[in-house]
Design a protein around this ligand. Sequence first.
Ligand SMILES: Cc1cc2nc3c(=O)[nH]c(=O)nc-3n(C[C@H](O)[C@H](O)[C@H](O)COP(=O)(O)OP(=O)(O)OC[C@H]3O[C@@H](n4cnc5c(N)ncnc54)[C@H](O)[C@@H]3O)c2cc1C
Ligand SMILES: NC(=O)c1ccc[n+]([C@@H]2O[C@H](COP(=O)([O-])OP(=O)(O)OC[C@H]3O[C@@H](n4cnc5c(N)ncnc54)[C@H](OP(=O)(O)O)[C@@H]3O)[C@@H](O)[C@H]2O)c1
Ligand SMILES: Cc1cc2nc3c(=O)[nH]c(=O)nc-3n(C[C@H](O)[C@H](O)[C@H](O)COP(=O)(O)O)c2cc1C
Length: 673
Amino acid sequence: MASEKPIEATGDEPFLGLLDVALLAVLIAGAAWYFLRSRKKEEEPIRSYSIQPTTVSTSSAVENSFIKKLKTSGRSLVVFYGSQTGTGEEFAGRLAKEGIRYRLKGMVADPEECDMEELLQLKDISNSLAVFCLATYGEGDPTDNAMEFYEWINNGDVDLTGLNYAVFGLGNKTYEHYNKVAIHVDKRLEELGATRVFELGLGDDDANIEDDFITWKDRFWPAVCDFFGIEGGGEEVLIRQYRLLEQPDVLPDRIYTGEIARLHSMQNQRPPFDAKNPFLAPIRVNRELHKGGGRSCMHIELNIDGSKMRYDAGDHVAMYPINDKSLVEKLGQLCNADLDTVFSLINTDTDSSKKHPFPCPTTYRTALTHYLEITAIPRTHILKELAEYCSDEADKQLLRSMASITPEGKEKYQSWIQDACRNIVHILEDIKTCRPPIDHVCELLPRLQPRYYSISSSAKLHPTDVHVTAVLVEYKTPTGRVNKGVATTYLKNKQPQDGGEEVKVPVFIRKSQFRLPTKPETPIIMVGPGTGLAPFRGFLQERQFLRDEGKTVGESVLYFGCRKRSEDYIYEAELEEWEKKGTLTLKTAFSRDQEKKVYVQHLLEQDADLIWNVIGENKGHFYICGDAKNMAVDVRNILVKILSSKGNMSEADAVQYLKRMEAQKRYSADVWS
Ligand SMILES: Cc1cc2nc3c(=O)[nH]c(=O)nc-3n(C[C@H](O)[C@H](O)[C@H](O)COP(=O)(O)OP(=O)(O)OC[C@H]3O[C@@H](n4cnc5c(N)ncnc54)[C@H](O)[C@@H]3O)c2cc1C
Ligand SMILES: NC(=O)c1ccc[n+]([C@@H]2O[C@H](COP(=O)([O-])OP(=O)(O)OC[C@H]3O[C@@H](n4cnc5c(N)ncnc54)[C@H](OP(=O)(O)O)[C@@H]3O)[C@@H](O)[C@H]2O)c1
Ligand SMILES: Cc1cc2nc3c(=O)[nH]c(=O)nc-3n(C[C@H](O)[C@H](O)[C@H](O)COP(=O)(O)O)c2cc1C
């Protein structure tokens, strides 16, 4: 199952690759040798070598010491985050910043960059508190950056007596293992002797995680004050985290132009390619899969030849999109900004490992195009900061109230911002007296995240090409605007032309756990309506390839669903060809081709004997891909029903049976919402 790595905002990334470091080492050794030799031969002039500074190994024991940072800067609050796409990190930052109001000066910390065993020493700092903002992914797994900490508290037998803590979880109720990581960490810290200062908070990204967070936070601070005997909170002061430095004199080749980390990495491509160093993959094919119906679904082929990137069917490809040019221009105008200004935002917290929110120096145009999520729905703290830039009192009050936790304020935020799908551009268009400076907007907006796609090809058949099946996101909002998905709109416009210049997109591959059985003879059932078909196309290509090689391949049953056979039946010809060849048993549900909706789970229910035969009697594998919110839940429920009736089990036993299948990797889900 996928988990996404957040793209940390920094322009201070390792600047040299391994090869460079090796070359540097040789150079230094050579220089040293030459120096010593020349000392002996006094008559020869001593040559000097200028070695470029490098950030290859930035971590030292001292830098990893959050205790030392807390002590030297007079702080007592540390907020750790486990985050893949930035929300947890953002919440941690907000909590740390607010601490000052309650005389608890705070800092944010990435557990991956800290020596977490130092939690044992936190009690030595008076009024100290550790808060954990932790997201859950996959099958109830921690994020990559919290993995080691999670394992440490699970496996270790440490005594955390004297550690004061609180946990806020980030999750989504449509996933089976809702907020499992935060729930577990909260319980485990108590088992290890730590003191819970305030109850566990749980944020649901399917509903309104911002509301969950601010509601929790509002009760959290008074509880913290009670616990430490702090009398009331001071006035709320809005403090900038970054200071602006305009840099008109920076040499053009020192200015970031959209690189994720290393300067010039797009012009000077060097493997290994990953989240911080994406490969510019030429798009070979970009064609429409829908035959009608007014929506668009793209079949895209990305060439990864020469990248040294490998993939297996079931993996994900991640892509860095860029924002729509006209939206960027509009935001620049609304902020009265010269978008060509070269600037840096510099963290005022000199102890923070994050020096800039995104690679700097850069221009506002680049920041808004490549680095910031300008179409995301702004969270309440952004509204609070924007309020300060309203010249009209009523406008100021509107923004302040939407950022408050009063019932009316929350209701207004829900209807005026969330339901109306207003992004920062729409807010500034509709609140005409609000004119924030562009550098503050750049500080407030979240970092643009890569988008993930289930690879819809098999490397056995296409070792140098990665196929993607992506549905275009475009919808009308209640204010009459048309909102367009960042990545899918970007892809839609990336059309290769015969004989034209190559059209490229920055990508990297992310390994997943969504895998075909190791033995090709094992039968499989795949359920993938709509774009959920993507990874199964890869599976089927692979199984056909093995059959063509003369291998014995088990039965492959696919449940595919779409609205209408004549409109959005994607890869119809390929599926029917595999069916004809005997590689595939195909079951289709065209939901809107008859009066009453027919969905994939209705077909599964009808095929209860087949399902039990494959998974119960022949130990086959069961896969689901696509919509997490409704489809995956409904399919799982039907499966439990089938296991219970055909396997003569109680419902509770059927659930246990499914859990065992999951542990044995015989039940896998690749779902998103
Ligand atoms: C592991 C994984 C695998 C995935 N595989 C695929 C795949 O194979 N194919 C595929 O097409 N996608 C896939 N996705 C989804 C994909 O990553 C993107 O989220 C999707 O393409 C939208 O990206 P975007 O930048 O175009 O849209 P964004 O700019 O990110 O906008 C999307 C957001 O717009 C809002 N929105 C969308 N529709 C509406 C609406 N009607 N009303 C109100 N708000 C709305 C929602 O908040 C939504 O989150 C996958 C996601 C994950 C996590
Ligand atoms: N975050 C994003 O921006 C984003 C982008 C792309 C996709 N997605 C998610 O991915 C899903 C798949 O997208 P898609 O456009 O490829 O699919 P789709 O065309 O919307 O749906 C495919 C089929 O599934 C049916 N369906 C609806 N509800 C179902 C349920 N509860 N159980 C089983 N089938 C159901 C649909 O029927 P009816 O429509 O007739 O009810 C349709 O026949 C979407 O539902 C969405 O949640 C999200
Ligand atoms: C692919 C994927 C898998 C997820 N799996 C889970 C899960 O198993 N349980 C859960 O509660 N939330 C799950 N979530 C929801 C995230 O935890 C939630 O969106 C959270 O706010 C992300 O925080 P972050 O931005 O800090 O990474 C999942 C989200 C995605 C995109």
